[in-house]
Design a protein around this ligand. Structure first.
Ligand code: GAP
Length: 462
């Protein structure tokens, strides 16, 4: 299976099996927006739960947050987003299609990104124009590159529709953390170093949303911001990098599909910026998560623009300083896509080819599926429903599946990654007294079945 086939198969499975749908599909769709279906929202919530556990509960010095989406217009000026949050775009003079010049250059192997100045990117663009063709009409006749701001405007509070001072949707979720840094210090009295973790929505007017969940216009970002003493950044940064990579491995992603990449260009205030890259189908290794040493830039900017003192009083040394910030930031959609791609497997089993999502058991939409061997035997159905209710009370995410023959049910559950299929048969009812009150439990990855007593079933599934 080649990489682009694999991506197509993942997109198709995601729709067919209720993981991800195109946003507003019945109206022809809205580019760059996706909806998570019944199986998708379970996988997404499981990812968020494991992320939260690793970044809040398993740590002693991290606090959670859920900040509002709309923010005072000054926030995006202080953060630099109104002036500097842009992509360099050029327009085809023949058909008006817009291209992202940094991405076109990068595809040619020229080191370029959206952080470069308009002048620098145009120098590189001019040197490579003959190699860049319009994706629509194939002409090579483009305007110069111009910075196109990615912030999405709202009309909140604009009752005259004159647009005055727009309130933007968040271009990055982390600003909500910086705005609440002082509230957390005042209400929780944390000692430095301490962190704030949040999963929040962000919106970007991406010119070419593409590659399914990889580049979308609406996204959720899972962020941690560690507030540290100035210049104590190096060792902590290395530790965070390693912890984040190890976390992906702990949720089942194959280590060979992950790697670190240092940024070629740093924004002027940053001391370090690395990506954790994942080997995405049809994209190859590309950014999954960003890990950034933001120095004291964010709090200094908000201190200057708001006029509020955001310094930290170190009770041990009696010093006051603006903390530095080490950030981790990952788009939940990218994480979801990486997990789906990594789990997607086609393999031979029982003389046929099966599609199976080999998801970590804590990520699978359903922990187990329960079936009566035959759906037209009331005594089997009654017992199976008893087992179903027992497990549902314990785990919640248990599927009931009595459609088609057992082989078909197994294949259907394989496709959505259900780790265990439990079947209630006549032996469960005592036809074979040695197996009374036992059920068969089939393992998704090996296809093998075991008989497990009902008394031990919950522990077995756990
Ligand atoms: N606060 C830092 C920040 O926003 P970023 O590198 O722009 O940094 C962080 O974004 C992460 O958010 C990326 O590593 C990626 O996982 C995700 N992300 C960014 N833009 C995205 C988009 N258009 N669609 C989906 N995910 C995106």
């Amino acid at each position: 299976m080649n990489a682009s086939d694999k991506m197509e198969k993942i997109v198709s499975l995601a729709k067919r099996r209720g993981f991800v749908f195109q946003g507003s599909e019945i109206y022809g769709g809205l580019a760059g927006v996706y909806d998570y279906g019944p199986n998708g929202v379970e996988l997404l919530n499981n990812l968020k739960r494991l992320w939260w556990k690793a970044n809040v509960y398993d740590k002693e010095n991290y606090y959670g947050l859920d900040s509002g989406m709309f923010k005072h217009p000054r926030v995006w000026e202080a953060s630099g987003h109104t002036s500097g949050f842009s992509d360099p775009l050029a327009e085809c003079r023949e058909c008006n299609t817009r291209i992202r010049v940094d991405k076109e250059l990068a595809a040619l192997g020229v080191v370029a990104d959206e952080k470069m100045s308009e002048a620098d990117i145009n120098t590189l663009f001019d040197a490579n124009r003959d190699k860049i063709v319009c994706p629509k009409c194939k002409a090579r006749n483009f305007s110069p590159a111009k910075a196109f701001n990615l912030l999405v405007k709202s009309n909140l509070g604009d009752f005259t529709s004159e647009g005055g001072e727009p309130v933007y949707l968040p271009g990055e979720a982390c600003q909500g953390i910086y705005l609440n840094y002082k509230n957390v210090v005042d209400s929780m009295s944390p000692k430095l170093p301490f962190g704030i973790a949040q999963i929040g929505k962000a919106f970007r007017n991406e010119i070419s949303p593409r590659n399914f969940l990889f580049r979308t216009r609406e996204m959720e970002q899972a962020d941690t911001q560690l507030f540290i003493k100035p210049n104590q950044n190096k060792a902590a940064f290395e530790q965070i990098k390693q912890d984040r990579l190890n976390w992906y491995i702990s949720i089942g992603i194959k280590p060979e599909n992950l790697r670190f990449k240092e940024h070629d260009n740093l924004v002027f205030y940053a001391a370090a910026a690395w990506d954790i890259e994942y080997n995405f189908p049809n994209l190859g290794f590309d950014e999954l998560e960003g890990i950034h040493d933001r120095t004291n830039y964010d709090l200094s900017q908000h201190m200057e623009w708001s006029g509020v003192d955001l310094t930290y009083l170190d009770s041990e040394t009696n010093e006051r300083y603006v903390p530095w910030i080490l950030e981790t930031s990952v788009g939940m959609g990218r994480m979801f896509l990486a997990v789906l791609a990594d789990a997607y497997t086609e393999e031979e089993m029982d003389g046929g080819t099966r599609t199976v999502l080999k998801l970590h058991k804590d990520l699978a939409p359903y922990r187990a599926a329960v079936s009566p061997l035959l759906r037209n035997k009331p005594e089997l159905v009654e017992k199976a429903r008893e087992v179903f209710r027992l497990l549902k009370n314990e785990f919640g995410n248990i599927a009931w599946d009595d459609n088609g023959n057992i082989g078909k049910r197994y294949r259907r559950q394989d496709e959505i990654g259900t780790p265990h299929c439990i079947v209630i048969d006549f032996d469960t009812l005592g036809e074979n007294p040695a197996h009374q009150d036992t059920v068969t439990v089939r393992d998704r990855d090996t296809g093998t079945q075991e008989r497990v007593s009902l008394a031990e079933l919950v522990e077995y599934i756990k």
